[in-house]
Design a protein around this ligand. Structure first.
Ligand SMILES: N[C@@H](CCC(=O)N[C@@H](CS)C(=O)NCC(=O)O)C(=O)O
Length: 221
C-alpha cells in the first residue's frame, strides 16, 4: 500500500497537529517537505493538493485532504482500532467532544495564532517587532477562553470528556509555541489549565512531533 503522505512543514502548527494524530495511532507516514520560505505552498504541484495554498495536505491512497482538523478526524475514524482512541462514539459524548474541537478552532486558535505570529514568528523568523495593539487585544481574548477552560477542567479530566481526545490534541501545536512566549503567564495563572497542558504536552506522540520540529528548525550542518 502507498504510504500515508503529509505534505507540509514540521514546524507548522497545522502540520504538527496531523503528525501528532498519526503518532498517536502508531502509523508510518512520509513527510513531504514544503518549503514555505520559498513560497512552494503557493505554487504547483502543492496548489493542486490544497487550492488555498496552506500546509498541510494529506494523502492516504486515493484520498486527498487538506484542513488539519478534517485530516485528524479522518485518521481517528479510519484507524479507530489501533493506537490511542481519539474520538467518542456515543452521540452525546461525540457532541461534547465536537463542541470543544469547535471552541479550539474558533476561540482558542484564533487568538492563539495571532499571538504566536506577533510574539514568536515575527521576531524569531523576520526579526520584526510584534504589534502591541494586536498582542493586547488577543491576550484579553485568550484569557477569557482560558477562564472557560479552567472551569471545564474542574468538571472533566479532559476538554472533550473523561479521556484524551482530538479536542485536547488539536490545542497542542499553538499551545506549545505560546508556552515559549510571555503568554505562558496566562496559562500559569490557571492551575487546572497548567496541569492539563503538562499532561498533554508530555505524551510520547507529542514528544516525537517536537523532535521532528527541532530537527527541521536546526538541521545538522
Ligand atoms: N485551517 C488550516 C490552516 C492551515 C494554515 O494556516 N497553515 C499555515 C501554516 S501553520 C500556512 O500554510 N500558512 C501560509 C499561508 O497561509 O500562506 C488547517 O488547519 O489546515
Amino acid at each position: 500500500m502507498a504510504p500515508i503522505k503529509v505534505h507540509g512543514s514540521a514546524y507548522s502548527t497545522a502540520t504538527m497537529r496531523v503528525i501528532a494524530t498519526l503518532n498517536e495511532k502508531n502509523l508510518d507516514f512520509e513527510l513531504v517537505p514544503v518549503d514555505m520560505r520559498t513560497g512552494e505552498h503557493k505554487k504547483e504541484p502543492f496548489i493542486s493538493l490544497n487550492p488555498f495554498g496552506q500546509v498541510p495536505a494529506f494523502e492516504d491512497g486515493d484520498l486527498k485532504l487538506y484542513e488539519s482538523r478534517a485530516i485528524t478526524k479522518y485518521i481517528a475514524n479510519q484507524y479507530s482500532d489501533q493506537g490511542t482512541d481519539l474520538v467518542f462514539r456515543d452521540p452525546k459524548e461525540q457532541a461534547i467532544e465536537s463542541l470543544w474541537t469547535e471552541v479550539e478552532a474558533h476561540h482558542f486558535d484564533t487568538a492563539g495564532s495571532k499571538l504566536n505570529w506577533e510574539l514568536a514568528v515575527k521576531p524569531k523568523m523576520f526579526g520584526a517587532e510584534g504589534d502591541q495593539a494586536v498582542i493586547e487585544e488577543n491576550k484579553v481574548k485568550l484569557a477569557k477562553v482560558l477562564d472557560v477552560y479552567e472551569k471545564r477542567l474542574s468538571e472533566s479530566n479532559y476538554l472533550g470528556g473523561d479521556r484524551f481526545s482530538l479536542a485536547d490534541l488539536h490545542h497542542l501545536p499553538t499551545a506549545e509555541y505560546l508556552l515559549l512566549t510571555s503568554i505562558k503567564e496566562l496559562f500559569d495563572a490557571r492551575p487546572r489549565v497548567t496541569a492539563w497542558l503538562a499532561d498533554i504536552t508530555s505524551r510520547p506522540a507529542w514528544t516525537k512531533v517536537i523532535e521532528l520540529r527541532n530537527q527541521a528548525l536546526n538541521p545538522p550542518k
